[in-house]
Ligand binder design. Structure first.
Ligand code: C2E
Ligand code: MG
Ligand code: MG
Ligand code: MG
Length: 288
């Protein structure tokens, strides 16, 4: 500490940086162990049709309950997984687990349920893994058809290697899976990609949606994205719908579906089907 002072560096940063690096390193070690021991789980957040109020899908979101540290957020462990390469393992696990779960719900409900499940794909997976084999394998072992799955990709998956991304998108379409552009509006992709790539859904980033109530510019951006999507024949999902007011406004603007704490937080696996059923009943009376 004295040396740090003598060298003129702000001494508070050194221990803080060191402890952050330590936490990162131990997260990597423990995440590897947690994956081996199957200690991660998926939560399922409903996507709600803004016209009918019914559930049109669920997004699978990774959860890690650490035995000592408690819940660790994916915003912390996903970047660590990406830097360490563990995301390839985690991503395969998430794909298989989500497909198995949806097939299980179909079996439990005794029908082919009228919604699909979305799984997040990291740009690292797109760059390094064999996505066709991964998704194809999950479909075969679960018995699901490809249209029951949506793969959520961010713009970074395209920008890094557009040619590879094009092949991956085409391969996903060949499997009949749906492709969603996640966090749309926050990345650096060009509009040309939207025109060229087979994208089924634009997910409007939460930052624009939550800005809508206070910032007229956010409303303009959302409106523009919605008309762009419509012109290109894509569906739309608004992220971060936290109030009824937002849901109503988005519905009036023509947004197809909404996802956010107003409808439901990400749910434990066992709570998803009951939620779907409860929305069927309420849909008879009102949209939401
Ligand atoms: P994302 O794919 O954009 O997922 C949506 C995130 O927004 C989730 O955070 C969800 O809990 C949160 N959210 C949903 N509705 C609301 C709302 O109304 N208000 C607010 N404030 N937040 C809302 P979560 O679960 O913490 O995940 C964060 C990110 O971690 C995800 O963002 C995704 O990029 C990544 N992630 C999570 N699971 C996986 C996974 O299995 N694979 C990969 N590659 N990434 C994952
Ligand atoms: Mg997502
Ligand atoms: Mg998102
Ligand atoms: Mg996001």
């Amino acid at each position: 500490v004295k040396q740090a002072k003598a060298s003129g560096r702000p001494e508070v940063y050194e221990p803080k940086e060191a402890s952050l690096a330590r936490r990162r390193f131990s997260i990597e070690t423990e995440l590897r162990r947690a994956l081996e021991r199957n200690q991660l789980s998926l939560n399922y957040q409903p996507l709600v049709d803004l016209k009918t109020g019914e559930v049109s899908g669920f997004e699978a979101l990774a959860r890690w309950k650490h035995p000592d540290r408690g819940e660790i957020s994916p915003t912390e462990f996903i970047p660590v997984a990406e830097e360490s390469g563990l995301i390839l393992h985690l991503g395969r696990w998430a794909m298989d687990s989500a497909a198995t779960t949806l097939a299980g719900w179909d079996a439990e409900a005794g029908q082919r349920l009228p919604f699909n499940v979305a799984v997040n794909l990291s740009a690292i997976q797109v760059a390094r893994d064999d996505i066709t084999a991964m998704v194809g394998g999950a479909l075969r072992s679960s018995g699901l058809t490809g249209d029951r799955l949506t793969l959520e990709l961010t713009e970074s998956a395209i920008v890094q290697d557009p040619r590879r991304a094009t092949r991956v998108f085409d391969a996903l379409k060949a499997l009949d899976a749906r492709v969603a552009m996640d966090d749309f509006g926050t990345g650096y992709s060009s509009l040309a990609y939207l025109q060229r790539l087979p994208i089924d859904v634009l997910k409007i980033d939460r930052s624009f949606v939550s800005g809508m109530m206070i910032d007229p510019d956010s409303v303009s951006i959302v409106r523009a994205v919605l008309s762009l999507a419509e012109a290109l024949g894509m569906s739309t999902t608004a992220e971060g719908v936290e109030s009824r007011e937002l849901a109503t406004t988005l519905a009036a603007l023509g947004c197809v579906s909404g996802q956010g704490f107003f409808f439901a937080r990400p749910l434990a696996m066992a709570d998803a089907l009951p939620f779907w059923r409860s929305r069927l009943r309420s849909a008879e009376r009102r949209a939401y």
